[in-house]
Structures are given as structure tokens and as C-alpha cells.
Design a binder for this molecule. Structure first.
Ligand code: SAM
Ligand code: SF4
Length: 342
């Protein structure tokens, strides 16, 4: 196996016009998925032609260029990252930056379906934590939300991850009238197994088959309801992402809230995202982007790539302005979450 060379550490760091250091990169390695979650995709999705995707070698070069520019945390996502062919090759390649101390964390977000196959190999590559998305503990409801997902397979995936020594965090998109009756039970289940759990507000990204205003549930409401049954204590815990955490006194476990809609977390934003075609988005909620595939393919030295990244970071916007209401029944950004990666 050959990987592009070691990281050159004398490159400039990425600091945006608002003084925020960019140290966190999320990379979507595919727009494809084995599920069709109702809030994320429509059932009949048209995916990108495979030739438009960066190769795994190109993804490695790209991530390496960002590590050289000060990225300390790398999250592999999608689509479903574990359905990308040979994906373990990329984790193996990137693990050299962990070993060299250039990277603090290599992690992924997954729907869990492929973890029975890959959990052990991911752990061998230095992955310590994994976010698994799970919106219901009821197999029937799970099937309705994911359309194509198999609940037992995901449960086996979570078990495999824990057996491999990975720390699992459960991500739950709060869906009005769908899973709001299960939030207490999900906390009990996750904390009982030593897993933290994070609630996410549904974001208006990409066309789906239904009306988003029917799904949207502000986390302020979720939190107020939880307080009927739980003693929630604000804690300063941070994982490098946008979640704010509380601890439930009853279990000692953590509950995170990611609130792009009700609370703008942009002031502390330290991250950027790259799609599987090499498009760099400086903000999840804005359309401005930079093409990294062209410099990647036209200059083997990566100098051009570094220059394009610098120019893009100088345009990182102050924040996003997502809106979900009945009058604005259009996505705030046209691309799906599965394109930019959650
Ligand atoms: N397929 C993997 C998974 O589901 O974990 C990784 C990609 S998925 C796009 C990443 C995260 O984004 C998941 O937790 C998913 O629930 C969340 N997500 C997808 N579409 C969303 C939306 N419109 N609003 C809020 N969260 C969304
Ligand atoms: Fe697939 Fe993840 Fe989107 Fe669900 S949320 S359709 S699992 S990419």
C-alpha cells in the first residue's frame, strides 16, 4: 500500500476573517446510502456518476493537505461512508497522521448498518469514537423513518462497535409526532449501555418527499419536556463539534443538543466540509463553495490546492440563516445533507 508523503508542518494555519481557527474537517466520501431517511433524502434519489467522485487516493491527498494546514480532527461521513468500496483503505491511510501526532482524532458518522463488518478494522485504524444515527428503538418506526433500514442489523452494528472498544454516541434527529414519545426511553437505553446521546434539529437541506414543517421540532421544546423526568445539569463538555451538553443526574450520562435552528452556534464554528467530488463548503448553511478537485488533479505538488484552500477560508461566512416555516417551504440550501455530510 502506498500513501502520499508525510505532512509538511510548516504550512500556514487556517484562520478565517472572524478570527476562527479551522481545525475540524468533515469529509463526505460518497453521496450514496443504503437507507433513505425521510428527513434526509427522497426515495428516488439520483446519485452522482461515479467518475465525478474523488478517488480514495485523492481523498487521502486532500485530507493530508488539510492536516498540514492545522486540521486536528477529521470526520468521515456521507451519504453512508461505510458503503464506499474499499473505505477501510482510506482509514488505514489516514491513520498515519494519528501515529505521527499530526491529528488528534479520526472518526466517522454512520447509520451503523455496516458496523458488523467493519467495527474491528476501524478500531485497528485508530478510530476511538463513532457517531451512530438512530432515530427510533421501535423496529417498525425505524423502518418507516429510514424507509430501507434494518433495525436488527444496526443493533448488531452498535454491539460490534462496542465490542471492538469504540465509544459510541447515538445521534437522534428530533421528529415531531414521530419519535418525540421515545426520547426518554432512548436516553435510558443509551445511558444504560454507557453511550451518550445527542439530539439534532431537522435542517432544511435538499428536497425531500414531504413537508419539513411537519417534521420540525425545536430542541427547546424537547429539552423542556425532558426536564419533567430528568435532572439536567449544564456541563462545559466539548467534543469539537457544535453540541451543547448536559448531564442527566439520574444516569450520569451526557445528552447533547445540536440546535442550528433555534440557537445559532456559528460564533464558535471551527469546521469546514468537503463533498465527495472535492467541493469545499465553508458553511453547512450557505451555498458559497470552492472547487478543490481541479487543483488536486492539475498539480501533483499540492501547492495550488493549498492556495485555493487559503482563498476559500478567507471567504468563510459569519454564519448561516436556516428557516423552516410554512411560508418558507423550500430548502434553505438546495443540496441534501448527504452531499455535504452531516
Ligand atoms: N449516513 C450517515 C448517518 O446517517 O449517520 C452519515 C451521513 S448523515 C447525512 C449524518 C447525520 O445527518 C445523521 O445523523 C442524520 O440523521 C443527519 N441528517 C441528515 N439530514 C438531516 C437534516 N435534514 N437535518 C438534520 N439532520 C440531518
Ligand atoms: Fe443515509 Fe444517513 Fe441520510 Fe439516513 S441520514 S439517508 S442513513 S445519509
Amino acid at each position: 500500500m502506498t500513501f502520499s508523503g508525510p505532512v509538511e508542518t510548516n504550512s500556514t494555519q487556517m484562520i478565517d476573517p472572524f478570527g476562527r481557527h479551522v481545525t475540524y474537517l468533515r469529509v463526505s466520501v460518497t453521496d450514496r446510502c443504503d437507507f433513505r431517511c425521510v428527513y434526509c433524502m427522497s426515495e428516488n434519489m439520483t446519485f452522482l456518476p461515479k467518475k465525478d467522485l474523488l478517488t480514495l487516493e485523492e481523498l487521502d491527498r486532500l485530507c493530508t493537505a488539510f492536516v498540514a494546514k492545522g486540521v486536528r480532527k477529521l470526520r468521515i461521513t456521507g451519504g453512508e461512508p461505510l458503503v464506499r468500496k474499499n473505505i477501510i483503505w482510506l482509514f488505514e491511510a489516514l491513520s498515519r497522521h494519528l501515529q505521527a501526532g499530526a491529528l488528534d482524532e479520526l472518526t466517522l458518522t454512520t447509520n451503523g448498518s455496516q458496523l458488523p463488518r467493519f467495527a474491528g478494522q476501524l478500531a485497528d485504524c485508530g478510530v476511538k469514537r463513532v457517531n451512530v444515527s438512530l432515530d427510533s428503538l421501535d423496529p417498525e418506526k425505524f423502518r418507516k423513518i429510514t424507509r430501507w433500514g434494518n433495525f436488527d442489523q444496526v443493533m448488531r452494528g452498535i454491539d460490534a462497535a462496542r465490542e471492538a472498544g469504540l465509544h459510541v454516541k447515538i445521534n437522534v434527529v428530533a421528529l415531531k409526532g414521530v419519535n418525540d414519545d421515545e426520547h426518554d426511553e432512548m436516553i435510558r437505553w443509551a445511558h444504560g449501555a454507557g453511550m451518550d446521546l445527542t439530539f439534532i434539529e431537522a435542517m432544511p437541506m435538499g428536497d425531500i418527499d414531504g413537508d419539513r414543517s411537519d417534521q420540525y421540532l425545536p430542541l427547546s421544546v424537547v429539552r423542556a419536556r425532558l426536564m419533567d423526568n430528568w435532572t439536567l445539569i449544564d456541563i462545559p463538555y466539548k467534543t469539537g463539534g457544535p453540541a451543547r451538553y448536559v448531564q442527566a443526574s439520574e444516569t450520569g450520562g451526557k445528552i447533547g443538543f445540536i440546535t442550528p435552528m433555534t440557537h445559532n452556534f456559528c460564533e464558535s464554528c471551527n469546521r469546514v466540509r468537503v463533498t465527495c467530488t472535492g467541493t469545499l463548503y465553508m458553511c453547512l448553511g450557505q451555498d458559497d463553495a470552492a472547487d478543490l478537485r481541479t487543483p488536486l488533479r492539475s498539480d501533483d505538488s499540492d501547492r495550488l490546492l493549498a492556495a485555493v484552500i487559503d482563498e476559500a477560508i478567507s471567504r468563510k461566512p459569519k454564519g448561516h440563516d436556516f428557516v423552516i416555516d410554512r411560508r418558507t417551504n423550500r430548502p434553505s440550501v438546495s443540496r441534501h445533507m448527504s452531499v455535504t455530510g452531516g
